[in-house]
Design a protein around this ligand. Structure first.
Ligand SMILES: [Zn+2]
Length: 134
């Protein structure tokens, strides 16, 4: 990574914005506290983002599970969106023939530009999970 521009213009702490009065030319923080706080905030944001994504995935899973329990095997994306389903989120996606086979945890489905169909449980999920632990 090229820090040359950042170093040239760096004169202020990345966390508090105070002037960095001493230290190496590439020093980014005015103190250890600022460095730690900066990294803790970045970690906190990353965790909050992951929690939000996981909550949306869990909601997608609930919607798909409800469709399966009520015998629905195909559903327009517009109807799913009205139920809060996020078609852009999935746990895996692969091209099978001309179609995109997606999954949300142990539920798989085919997704087109306008609908999902062939909603079903993935067989041998426990086997897949064992492979993940290796
Ligand atoms: Zn600072």
């Amino acid at each position: 990574m090229d820090y040359s521009k950042e170093i040239r213009h760096r004169a202020r702490c990345l966390h508090c914005g105070d002037k960095i009065k001493y230290g190496r030319a590439d020093k980014k923080f005015c103190s250890d506290d600022c460095r730690a706080s900066h990294h803790n905030e970045a970690l906190k944001e990353s965790r909050a983002f992951r929690r939000r994504v996981l909550a949306r995935l869990v909601h997608n899973h609930d919607v798909l599970m409800h469709l399966m329990e009520t015998g629905v095997e195909s559903c327009p994306l517009i109807e799913l969106s009205s139920q809060g389903f996020s078609p852009d989120l999935m746990t895996s996606c692969r091209k099978v023939g001309k179609h995109m086979e997606c999954s949300c945890f142990e539920i798989k489905y085919i997704m087109t530009a306008s609908r999902i169909y062939s909603i079903s449980k993935i067989q041998n999920v426990s086997l897949n999970l064992q492979n993940c632990n290796k």
